[in-house]
Design a protein around this ligand. Structure first.
Ligand code: SF4
Ligand code: MSK
Length: 645
């Protein structure tokens, strides 16, 4: 386990080097950047060129844009556009995955295959595909076709929403929230929000919710499930985190971004003995593949490869001087990487035509030759090893953490392989050992580095017997606090949660994957409802979502699909729509009446945890399970009574 005193030491050491070497980092830029107070509250509109309009009202009188748009309309439009942009990230990721899935199904791609047949059958059933007597390729081809059609679908409902409880589906239908098509909801939202179009706050927010739901129950759920079918569904395995996972005597390659397709091939290709021999010939003892951001989460969950860092640490990894090559795919990649890499020997390779960066070399991902490309990339890194100059790898890495908690795994872990079920989870929520379940997800912020915002929220939650599910960069913060190891249950969790974790052998914080894998949390919630005993709708469950250090538009899209699915969602910032009391009130209170979910914006981590715990208690009370049930210990007389005959 890492030394308590050393927490954050790696980051401090590398920031000190950056200062001495005059290298600009996000941490320094963040410290010198004064965020625009107008943009921060959604008081600005630049949706047409009569503006940009700044709707700042000092005296409290209503302020309108040149086109007549009110503060409320502008705030609602901005919020809805953030949802659409966030969706686009996940949906376009999905598009790439579906393309490769179809190629694999048709047998056209040598290196991708249908690995998880059980999941293939499960998802085929969701899409109404008859699987009897058909081989897996045949089923996968039909599934790929049906999913592809959903991108351009113009009417009806996305098939994945059929996995939600019946009551929720009916509510979505009644309120016009059932998502119709994956691309369509985004396009319609962009149309609604251009100048002179939808100016009704409620109409915008409802359409925004439908757009977000098309992500959670479509654009994100599709890549999660298809990646599992092609690359394998994660199950618990060990890994490590922090900058100390870079190896001084090895060729270090970092995979960074969100799309696991090429990273998966790099993980395969590195086993090639000729590459290992080439590394040895260059003086290295081996090749070390590690990750950053959500590509890290993908390779950690499936292969136990280490996480060097989260979003905030991507530049710092290069400042170690020990990275031969960083291969980036899509999303959350800082433009500063090539400039920093120039100060060292590091090669930055962009691999998506949708994410090019000036100064980086570009090797566009080619699914037909992905393995060969992976070898080419590894070879570039190996050849670069002798060019290393000064190296400083901080001596800081975590103990073995446990990751790989897909929703199937949670079910297996709790119920056993042969009786996999959410029953034990529900029972332990009902008997009060577990207070509730909360997804603590999202990004990491350079400005909050070292403040322990995410870890404080999580620490408070688990101490109060809340089981925490994690995705994205938040998991890195918790890995560094050793919350992802089973021993954390005894050390940090409340007695009820600790007892459950110890019995099952799981940590109190379960790492479920990348940003798109927030859909696993939706499925876990749906499974809890289907299991019974905790109400008959997602909004009845004692659950919540939380992103203490969010920054991406994707986080807003995720937050809104949780709100649309009936969950309370707490974000660690001031309200991004504070310039409109109306919109702010609708998001934080009004939606409770519509979907059962609501937003809270609160920068203080202890208060964030308290808001969540309070709402969980409200929900437990509504379910009639507010009090922890007394444990019944059977005495001999009771045992005798139980005997048959
Ligand atoms: Fe201003 Fe209206 Fe144009 Fe927005 S759409 S910039 S509020 S004129
Ligand atoms: S990578 S979206 S910084 S979680 Fe998914 Fe991390 Fe947030 Fe990117």
């Amino acid at each position: 386990m890492s030394d308590e005193k050393n927490k954050g030491k790696a980051v401090t050491e590398l920031l000190d080097i950056a200062k001495v070497e005059n290298i600009q980092t996000a941490h320094a830029r963040s410290a010198s950047m004064k965020p625009c107070p107008i943009g921060a509250t959604s008081a600005c509109c630049k949706n047409c060129f009569m503006g940009p309009c700044r709707l700042v009202s000092k005296s409290g009188e209503e302020k309108r844009g040149v086109c007549g748009a009110t503060q409320d309309t502008v705030a609602a439009r901005n919020f809805a556009r953030m949802i659409a942009a966030g969706n686009a990230g996940h949906v376009d990721h999905a598009r790439e995955i579906v393309k490769v899935f179809r190629g694999a199904a048709k047998g056209e791609l040598k290196h991708y295959e249908i690995k998880d047949e059980v999941k293939l059958h499960m998802i085929a059933k969701v899409y109404g595909i008859d699987t009897d007597g058909r081989d897996k390729q045949d089923i996968a081809i039909e599934l790929g076709d049906k999913i592809t059609a959903e991108f351009g679908q113009q009417e009806g409902e996305l098939k994945m929403i059929g996995r939600a409880p019946k009551k929720r589906r009916q509510l979505w239908k009644d309120k016009g929230l059932s998502p119709r098509g994956i691309d369509m909801e985004i396009v319609e939202m962009m149309h609604r929000t251009i100048v002179g179009n939808d100016q009704d706050v409620m109409s915008l927010l409802m359409a925004g919710t439908r757009t977000a739901l098309s992500n959670g129950w479509g654009g994100s759920m599709i890549p999660t499930e298809l990646q599992d079918i092609m690359l394998g569904t994660p199950s618990p395995l060990k890994g490590k985190a922090n900058l100390g996972v870079l190896e001084e005597d090895q060729v270090n390659i970092i995979v960074h971004g969100h799309d696991p397709l090429l990273a998966e091939m790099i993980v395969e290709a590195v086993k090639d003995e000729s590459l290992q021999a080439a590394a040895r010939a260059k003086g290295a003892s081996g090749i070390n593949i590690v990750g950053i951001c959500c590509t890290a989460n993908e390779v950690l969950l499936r292969h136990g490869l280490s996480m060097v860092g989260s979003f905030s640490q991507q530049e710092l990894a290069l400042i170690t001087g020990a990275v031969e090559l960083m291969a980036v795919d899509i999303q959350c990649i800082m433009q500063s990487l090539p400039a920093i890499a120039k100060c060292y020997h590091t090669k930055i390779i962009t691999t998506s035509d949708k994410a090019k960066i000036p100064g980086a070399a570009h090797i566009p991902f080619d699914e037909e030759n992905a393995y060969e490309q992976a070898k080419e990339i590894i070879k570039l890194a190996v050849d670069n090893f002798p060019n290393r100059r000064k190296v400083h790898i901080p001596d800081e890495k975590t103990a073995d953490l446990i990751a790989g908690f897909s929703h199937e795994t949670i079910s297996y872990m709790l119920g056993g392989t042969f009786r996999s079920s959410y029953r034990p989870l529900n029972d332990n929520i009902i008997n009060g050992r577990i207070l509730g379940v909360v997804g603590v997800v999202g990004c990491s912020l350079p400005k909050d580095e070292g403040k322990g915002i995410t870890s404080t929220v999580v620490k408070e939650l688990i101490a109060n017997n809340v089981l925490v599910l994690q995705t994205g960069c938040a998991s890195y913060a918790c890995a560094n606090e050793d919350y992802l190891i089973p021993e954390a249950a005894v050390k940090y969790a409340g007695s009820g949660l600790a007892e459950v974790c110890e019995t099952v052998g799981i940590p109190p914080v379960l790492h479920c994957g990348s940003c798109v894998d927030n859909s696993r949390i939706l499925i876990a919630c749906a499974a809890m409802v289907h299991e019974g005993g905790l109400g008959n709708d997602l909004a009845d469950l004692p659950v919540a979502g939380c992103a203490p250090e969010w920054m991406s538009e994707k986080a807003i899209a995720i937050g809104q699909y949780f709100v649309g699915s009936g969950a309370p969602v707490v974000f660690g910032s001031k309200s991004p729509v504070a310039n409109s009391k109306c919109v702010n009130d609708l998001l934080t209170k009004g939606f409770k009446e519509i979907t059962g979910g609501f937003w809270a914006f609160e920068p203080n981590p202890n208060k964030m945890a308290q808001i969540i715990i309070d709402e969980i208690v409200v929900r437990r009370t509504a379910l009639g399970i507010e009090k922890q049930k007394e444990r019944v210990l059977y005495d001999m007389a009771m045992r005798r009574d139980l005997k048959c005959g």
